[in-house]
Write a protein that binds this ligand. Sequence first.
Ligand SMILES: [Zn+2]
Length: 65
Amino acid sequence: MATDTTHPPTAAEQTLSVECELAGRPGYEDLHGTCTQLADVPMPGAPAITLVRRCRCACHRTAAR
Ligand SMILES: [Zn+2]
């Protein structure tokens, strides 16, 4: 079992997609619409591991539920 720390788990407090992170900057608001991380993506073959976390940007909260 190798310990690959190439991508260490970031703080769970803010899980934003690349798009929404950029969209937080003035002039890039449109990027919120290009965010595709609307659901958790499990790693193929290892459902227990989340490959891509759902974007927790506030712009999605109103749409979800
Ligand atoms: Zn967003």
